[in-house]
Design a protein around this ligand. Structure first.
Ligand SMILES: Cc1ncc(COP(=O)(O)O)c(C=O)c1O
Length: 400
């Protein structure tokens, strides 16, 4: 009988934590403790109630970790689903009331960008097409607030600006975005997938109506996340069925994954301050290492640590193709990325780098290194050893 292949740990240098980061031991323990149990959390019998208890305790942990109320936590299958529910759900609830505009930043992750463009381009039947505005960003990737203010009006259903960008790490003025949306009665959403665990994220203090978080970027399992949604917010579900999660997200909850997500989120948030300082020191070494080997390299995003994530370095290496660099690093035992994992492999320049004003050629020579809880100085040493050879071979390949 065929069996699923075992995945052994490879002796590699992993510098792609923004794509996914290893699970932390407490998450594995929390999940292992649930694996042998039966019970659908919607069932009324004792087994169901025991499962429900795990879900509700996890909900309380998620809420407490993010400055939210338990009733505001809607568990989903991850960031993509939460973003889709926020954008499409807010639009479907608001457009019949004359709010048919959707305003997002030009550097959103595809999990926000694509549902917003779908609302504008391909919507069928009973909903009118959205009037989508993609607000431009500065050269360091900060949304231009004057443009946002001009775009957001009484017709706006939802404004979505990510808390931290996944490719260049820029932090956005989320509380200001929420204020701008609130002034005209529009809903404010932020994709905080990359921010949670790296910078403070407080849902209540942010003034947002909706916030996305996912498990696998913070040491939890893949396939679980949450949309935080204020109780007063009117959302249409994007998925229909058993009416779980306040009827916003039908489907039997994955108790094991929810428990692992909550356990990982709690430790990520508790460790955030110390971890931010530690990763910032590693990041500085990483940048110095790259600039020593390639003095003409361009590091994207703000230089000021207060304005960006501590774990993401996006660097343009002139005269090299990022695809070639990625393959050469891969052959040298080092994992990194040419952009967001979701678009990696698709031969398109990053929409984020183009929005910063980089040319197609420049955007195609940019690599992302990202650090996480298991990163150490040894990872930077390995990068330093691999860089000279990788760079000279990538430059030679680009000349041919
Ligand atoms: C900013 C951002 N939003 C959303 C997602 C999608 O999250 P998930 O993989 O949980 O669907 C990602 C993943 O790369 C991301 O970086």
């Amino acid at each position: 009988m065929a069996s699923v292949p075992a995945r052994t740990d490879l002796a590699r240098t992993y510098l792609d934590h923004a794509a996914t980061t290893p699970m932390v031991p407490v998450a594995i323990e929390a999940m292992t403790a649930q694996l042998g149990h039966v019970g659908n959390p919607s069932s009324l019998h004792a087994s169901g109630r025991a499962a429900r208890r795990v879900v509700e305790e996890s909900r309380e942990i998620v809420a407490a970790s993010l400055g939210a109320k338990p009733a505001e936590v809607v568990f989903t299958s991850g960031g993509t689903e939460a973003d889709n529910l926020a954008i499409k759900g807010a639009y479907a609830a608001s457009s019949p009331r004359g709010r048919d505009r959707v305003v997002i930043s030009a550097i959103e992750h595809h999990a926000v960008l694509d549902p917003a463009r779908w609302l504008a381009d391909r919507l069928g039947a009973d909903l009118v097409r959205a009037d989508l505005v993609e607000v431009q960003v500065s050269t360091s990737g900060v949304v231009i607030l004057d443009e946002l203010i001009r775009a957001v009006d009484e017709r706006t259903a939802v404004v979505s600006v990510m808390w931290a960008n996944n490719e260049i790490g820029t932090l956005q003025p989320v509380a200001e975005v929420a204020r701008i949306a609130r002034r005209v009665g529009a809903l404010a959403h932020s994709d905080a997938v990359q921010a949670v665990g790296h910078v403070p994220v407080d849902f209540a203090a942010s003034g947002l109506d909706l916030l996305t978080v996912t498990g696998h970027k913070l040491g939890g399992p893949v396939g679980v996340g949450a949309l935080l949604a204020r109780r007063e917010v009117s959302l249409e579900p994007t998925q229909h069925g058993g009416g779980q999660e306040r009827d916003l997200r039908s489907g039997t909850l994955d108790v094991v994954a929810v428990a692992g997500f909550a356990a990982a989120l709690k430790v990520a948030v508790e460790a955030q301050t110390a971890e931010r300082a530690r990763l910032e020191r590693l990041r500085r070494r990483l940048v110095e290492t790259v600039l020593a080997a390639a003095p003409d390299a361009v590091v994207h995003g703000p230089a000021d640590p207060a304005l960006r994530l501590p774990n993401v370095v996006n660097v343009e290496l002139p005269g090299c193709s990022a695809d070639a660099l990625l393959l050469l690093f891969d052959a040298a035992g080092l994992d990194c990325s040419t952009g967001s994992a979701c678009t990696a492999g698709v031969a398109q320049p990053s929409h984020v780098l183009l929005a910063l004003g980089r040319s197609v050629t420049q955007a195609r020579s940019a690599l992302r290194f990202s650090l996480g809880h298991s990163s150490t100085g040894a990872d930077i040493d390995a990068l330093a050893r691999a860089l000279p050879e990788v760079l000279s071979r990538a430059r030679a390949a680009a000349r041919t």
